[in-house]
Structure formats: C-alpha cells, structure tokens
Ligand binder design. Structure first.
Ligand code: 5AD
Ligand code: SF4
Length: 443
C-alpha cells in the first residue's frame, strides 16, 4: 500500500545512553529530510522505536509498544523498529508485526532515509547489516545541543561476558577516528554543549591516532577535548576494568575538566562467579584499580553495575558481593537480576536461581547501595558545589543540574541553562541534593 511521505516523526529510545545518542542522530537524519518532530501529545506519521535487548522480555515490550501505536481508526503510523532488538530479532518482528514497515540495526541507521522512502512506497524493509563503511561518516553534522551532550566514541564489544548480548547486537569493538571525534565535539560545543560524556560499550578501550600520528588511548582524546575553551566538563562511560590503563587513571589526577566520577562495572564480588561470567578480572584486581584511581583523585565518586542471581550463585557468593560493596562505598550503582539472554552461554548453564531468591538478593544489595549513596550525599551538606545548570525545576526560581560527582542537585537561585554556578548544599537524600545558589558579588 502506498502512503504519503511522513511529515512528522517521533523517536522513542530505550536502554543505554548509546541508544539515546543513536536516537538523537536518527532524529537529526529525519529532520534533514524535511520531516519535523511531532509536537508533544500529537500523533506522528513516522515512529522509530529504538529498542534495548539487554534484559528481560525486551521483545514483548516492543510488540506491546507497536500495539499501542494503533490509532482509533485502525491505522498505524509508519513504524521503524531500530536498536538492539531489531538487530537480534528483526526477522521475527517482520513476521509477527505487519504494522512494522522498517527494521534497522544499530550499525545501519544511516540508511534510514532510503528506508523511509521505500516504506512510503509500500515496501517493507530490513537492514541489519554491519557494513564496513561507518554510519558516522554518513550522518549529518551536529547542529543542536543542550548543555550536556553524548558523544559515541567506541562501539561494540570483544569481551564476551557469558550473560551479555552486546557482542552479538553491536558487533566487534570499533573506535571512531580521533579527528572525527574532535570535530564532532567542537560542533557540539559550538551548539551549546558545556559537558560532553564520551560513550562506548567499552569506552576505555578506545584508541586512535592523534594529529601527530601517535597512537593514544582515551586519555589522549580527553586531553585534546579539554583544550576546547567553552567545554567545561568531560565524562566517559562505560568502562571495563581490564582496559583501565595507568595513563587513563593518571588523567584523573591531571585534567581538571575530567570530572571526578568513574563508572566501573564489576558485576559480582566473588571470583568463581566472575570466572563463570568470563569477566577476566578478579575481586582483588578490581579493588587494586580503584585504589590506584583514589590515589590520584581521592575525592572520586565510584559507580558500578551488579548482576544478582547469575546461574549457580550461592548465598555465600552473593554475600561476597555485599562485602565488596561495603569495601568500596559506591556513590551510586545499577543492580539487576540476572536475565537469560537467548544465544548467550550463561542462558544454558545449570543452576538458574529462582526468581524469589533473585528478588530478595536484589533488595539486599540495593539497601546496601542506598545506604552508601545517602552517606556520600550527606557528606556534601554544608559544602559549596559547582553545578552545571541543565533545566528549570517545577517550583518558581528552582533549577536542576549536576555536581562534578554526578549528583542531581535542585537549588533556588537566579541561573541560566548552561551556566556553572556555586550552590551551597543544604540537604541530601539518597538520589539528590538540595541547595541555594551563592551570589557572587562583583568587586
Ligand atoms: N542480565 C542482567 N543484567 C545484565 N546486564 C547485562 N546483561 C545482563 C543480563 N543478561 C547488566 C550488566 C551491564 C549492564 C549494562 O546491564 O550489569 O553492566
Ligand atoms: Fe541495550 Fe546493550 Fe543495546 Fe545498549 S547496547 S541498547 S544496553 S542491548
């Protein structure tokens, strides 16, 4: 069936920050084709569901979302399923959901405009290639940015942790070239970014050649970006312990614009479990890295990811995870119940942990993390903290932003979006801080 070309679009991204980045880039591509973002609350002619496959019932959620897009008159917008579910289950989606006209994988979305044209002409198209040409070279230049921006510098994973789909959905580890990244960062800053978070599934495995032709690691890229005058803050995520080089650790002590925050997933606090996960680090080697990071940057805030109930995990092994949390004192953490992912080695391992037991372990872990998070935040009360203002709050005169340690802060003051302002912290909760802006009187 022939449909008229879409005039409006909506991109809905789920999952990780890299998906948010991809969603923004798809939006820019569609805008370049003259398709406008659909106004809030109005139906769009074209909807991109940018999906995540990392945990539980991802595909069911997509079918549910597709069903919800059906209009009262029985028609649907042009639907594209993108992201990691598209990559992993594209064929099945096409077979099961006739309303879906496009399936596009995370490495192929630069071809979305052609796909939209074909779909408008009545075709159903799937593109889950991982082409040699990089999508990045074909994407439009960055023109818009809020005060904080994401920049994907590395994609894919060669680590093959036994629970994880990423090596299958995102492919092998690839670093984007140095010059392209410096250029994209400059454009983002020209468009309003004051903070850039460098993204990658294994971001600290990034490597490239600088302008002098020298091979450098992520610290080299961070150093170059730190020289962009209007860029105030640099962050990076997500890192693997084995790629945490001394040069990158040292950068935390040397580069002021590199924020004192490190997200370094460990997943479990027991060596047998880590081995079964194919993590290729031990509890001791992980703690030793954190010690070296704290040696150069004593105030660094640490964050981690945990999986509870990995197949075969015993009560005693889980308690080792609690001990690790007690030892590290994280400022925040993400913790998940193990979810078997089709096609991964762990899915067929023996000893799957019952759901009720996983739930109970998750609650205990989260209680321990909440305790540390509250203690970390409470230590800021009475201090003055520099906040990057991201948006207005709900109350008059209220603003929202982040501290250097990635704490969410709401404060009362007279600020502007994108400013860095000093805020006196007056109270702390487990998830956020409250404060008052200090007025700097002109001399
Ligand atoms: N089950 C539960 N959690 C998972 N993660 C990745 N795969 C799984 C899975 N199969 C978690 C890990 C990872 C984060 C992004 O998601 O903790 O670091
Ligand atoms: Fe989800 Fe992983 Fe894909 Fe990100 S890369 S969207 S976390 S499956």
């Amino acid at each position: 069936m022939l449909t008229s070309p879409p005039k409006t679009y909506r991109v809905k991204s789920f999952g990780c920050q890299m998906n948010v980045y991809d969603g923004d880039r798809m939006a820019e591509l569609l805008a370049e084709q003259g398709i406008a973002p659909a106004p809030e609350g109005e139906d769009a002619d074209l909807v991109v569901l940018n999906t995540c496959h990392i945990r539980e019932r991802a595909a069911e959620k997509v079918y549910h979302d597709i069903g919800r897009l059906k209009r009262d008159d029985g028609t649907s917008p042009l639907i594209a399923v993108a992201g990691c579910v598209a990559q992993a289950e594209g064929e099945e989606i096409m077979a099961r959901a006739p309303a879906v006209k496009m399936v596009v994988g995370p490495q192929a979305y630069h071809r979305l405009p052609e796909m939209v044209r074909a779909a408008s002409a009545g075709e159903r198209v799937t593109d889950t290639d991982m082409p040699a040409e990089t999508k990045f070279a074909s994407l439009p230049r960055r023109r818009r940015s809020g005060p904080t921006a994401f920049l994907t510098v590395q994609e894919g994973c060669d680590k093959f942790c036994t629970y994880c789909v990423v090596p299958y959905t995102r492919g092998a580890e690839v670093s984007r070239p140095y010059a392209a990244l410096v250029d994209e960062a400059q454009r983002l800053v020209e468009s309003g970014a004051r903070e850039i978070t460098l993204l990658g599934q294994n971001v600290n495995a990034w490597t490239g050649q600088n302008a002098k032709g020298q091979t450098v690691g992520l610290e080299g890229l961070v150093r170059e970006l730190a020289a962009i005058p209007d860029l105030a803050r640099i962050r990076y995520t997500t890192s693997h312990p084995n790629d945490m080089t001394q040069a990158l650790i040292d950068a935390h002590g040397e580069i002021d614009k590199l924020m004192p925050f490190l997200h370094l997933p460990v997943q479990a606090g027991n060596d047998r479990v880590l081995k079964a996960m194919n993590r290729s680090h031990t509890v001791e080697s992980y703690l030793e890295i954190l010690e070296r990071v704290r040696a150069v940057r004593p105030d660094i805030a640490l964050s981690g990811d945990f999986i509870v109930g990995f197949p075969g995990e015993t009560e005693a092994e889980f308690e080792d995870t609690l001990k690790l949390v007690d030892a590290v004192r994280y400022s925040q953490c993400f913790s998940f119940k193990y979810s078997p992912r089709p096609g991964t080695p762990a899915a067929t391992m023996d000893g799957h942990v019952p759901e009720t037991m996983m739930h109970e372990r998750l609650l205990r872990l989260q209680a321990a993390v909440d305790r540390d998070q509250l203690a970390f935040n409470a230590a800021s009360v009475g201090q003055t903290c520099e906040v990057l203002v991201e948006r207005r709050g709900k109350l008059p005169g209220q603003w929202l932003g982040k501290s250097p340690w990635l704490q969410s802060i709401h404060f009362i003051g007279e600020a502007e979006i994108g400013q860095l302002v000093p805020v006196e912290i007056t109270s702390a909760g487990p998830k956020s801080l409250a404060g008052t802006q200090l007025v700097i009187l002109a001399a």
